[in-house]
Structures are given as structure tokens and as C-alpha cells.
Design a protein around this ligand. Structure first.
Ligand code: 13P
Length: 252
């Protein structure tokens, strides 16, 4: 599964122009699910253009209440109405700039599932944490806190994006070994908490400076796809990443 996280990029007009260029490049990607998460303002237009293409629509964030006095927030039913299937939850930029904590992320995850949407839960360590040998402890804490109280049925649907913070937007990609180690560890924690069949169903993506040149090698045994920031803004580059993932899938 290759997902585009456009972050705070693209007006509606720019989003339309992207899809006009991108859609003809990705007819029939074998064995790869594609999702695009534009900013909220472009969701209706992108959703409309994606209809019938098999490409899923995603949002980058959500609030956990269905409605109420929460100025500036967007609820799960509002996203559902626009045809979203996925919602990115707990991205490191939300944790860092908007002070989202584990408890908030847990509430968001639960609300997303309860409204029939699928969360893409982002977890990952900072460079400081990695250097201090805390990578696994951080991943374990973030994952455990997020899924606490969730039913196995929901967890089986979950997409987890392993995004080492030091690899996001820096051009510094994790090595395939590091990506695999993180993904394997996350899957092993799901195994421990929910058993083998749920752990096998969970999809784990890698995110952090994924580009056409490194995408194929990052699709390791436990990595089922990528969450792409910068390179997903360019139709040719994003289509090339989809093709690399399709090639990795067919040769696996
Ligand atoms: P970049 O691909 O720009 O490093 O961003 C990764 C990311 O944060 C995806 O959610």
C-alpha cells in the first residue's frame, strides 16, 4: 500500500492538476493499493476525481468527537461523508507542533474505527532517542498507548506507518535493514498483544524520504508499503514509487 501524505501542500487547483497528470500513469498497478491524503480543503475535489479509479481517499488528521464546540476541528463522520477511507493519525508533525499525546492519539484511533474509517497510525523515534538506544522502547510505548482497549477486529484492519522522525523530510532515508527492523518489531508487538493472525493482517508501511530510487529496496519482508511525503507531490515521482512497489510485490 503506497499512500501520499501531501501535508500542507496543494490548493484545489493544484490538486486537480496533479491528478490529471498522475491518473493516466497508474492504470492497473498490480498488487498495490494507492491512497492519497490531501489537505482537508481539497478532499471533495480529489474524492470526486478518484471516484471509480480504485485509488483511496485519505485525510491527514481528525478529531475524536463526532460533533460539538471544537472550533477548527473536523470529525470522522465529516470525513466519511466525503468518501475518505483512511485517516493518518499521530503523525510526528502533529505530535511535535500540535502537542498531540498518546492519549489523544488513542481516542482518535478508536473514533476513526468506530466510524468505519481505517487509521494509518504513525509511530517513530527521534534521532536523539535512536542514539540513546531507545528506538524499540519508543515504538512500543507509542503503539501500546494507541491500541489500548481496541478490539482485535479493529486492530487487524490497522495500517501502521513506521516513520523514524530523523528520516522525515531530511533526505536521509532509513536503510532497508533499519526499516525492516522497525516494521518487524511493530508486528511482533501486535503479535504479542493480539496473536498471530491479527499480526499478519496488519499492514506496516515505512515513511521517511521515500523516493523512486529507494522505494523498491525498502519493501522488505515486514514492510508492506510506504507513506510518502515530499515525493508524493510530484505525479511522475509518485507514480514511479507505485511502479517500484508493484515490482517488489511481483518479485516477492
Ligand atoms: P517525506 O517523504 O517528505 O520524508 O515525509 C515522510 C512523511 O512524513 C510521510 O508521512
Amino acid at each position: 500500500m503506497i499512500a501520499a501524505n501531501w501535508k500542507m501542500h496543494k490548493t484545489v487547483a493544484e490538486a486537480r492538476a496533479f491528478l490529471e497528470a498522475f491518473l493516466p500513469l497508474v492504470k492497473n498497478p498490480q498488487g498495490v493499493e494507492i491512497a492519497i491524503a490531501p489537505p482537508f480543503t481539497a478532499l471533495p475535489a480529489v474524492g470526486e476525481m478518484l471516484r471509480g479509479t480504485g485509488i483511496a481517499l485519505g485525510a491527514q488528521n481528525v478529531f475524536y468527537e463526532p460533533q460539538g464546540a471544537y472550533t477548527g476541528e473536523i470529525s470522522p463522520p465529516m470525513l466519511k461523508e466525503l468518501g475518505c477511507r483512511y485517516v493518518i493519525v499521530g503523525h510526528s508533525e502533529r505530535r511535535q507542533h500540535f502537542h498531540e499525546d498518546d492519549e489523544t492519539i488513542r481516542k482518535k484511533l478508536k473514533a476513526v474505527f468506530e466510524h468505519g474509517l481505517v487509521p494509518i497510525l504513525c509511530v517513530g523515534e527521534t534521532l536523539e532517542e535512536r542514539r540513546a538506544g531507545q528506538t524499540e522502547a519508543v515504538l512500543e510505548r507509542q503503539l501500546r498507548a494507541a491500541v489500548e482497549g481496541l478490539s482485535a477486529e479493529f486492530v487487524g484492519e490497522l495500517v501502521i506507518a513506521y516513520e523514524p522522525v530523523w528520516a522525515i523530510g531530511t533526505g536521509e532515508t532509513a536503510s532497508p535493514e533499519d526499516a525492516e527492523a522497525g516494521a518487524r518489531f511493530l508486528r511482533s508487538r501486535i503479535h504479542k498483544l493480539y496473536g498471530e493472525s491479527i499480526a499478519e493482517r496488519v499492514r506496516v508501511q515505512y515513511g521517511g524520504s521515500v523516493k523512486p530510487e529507494n522505494a523498491r529496496s525498502l519493501m522488505t519482508e515486514n514492510v508492506d508499503g510506504a507513506l510518502v511525503g515530499g515525493a508524493s507531490l510530484d505525479p511522475e515521482k509518485f507514480a514511479a514509487i507505485v511502479k517500484e512497489a508493484a515490482a517488489a510485490t511481483s518479485s516477492a
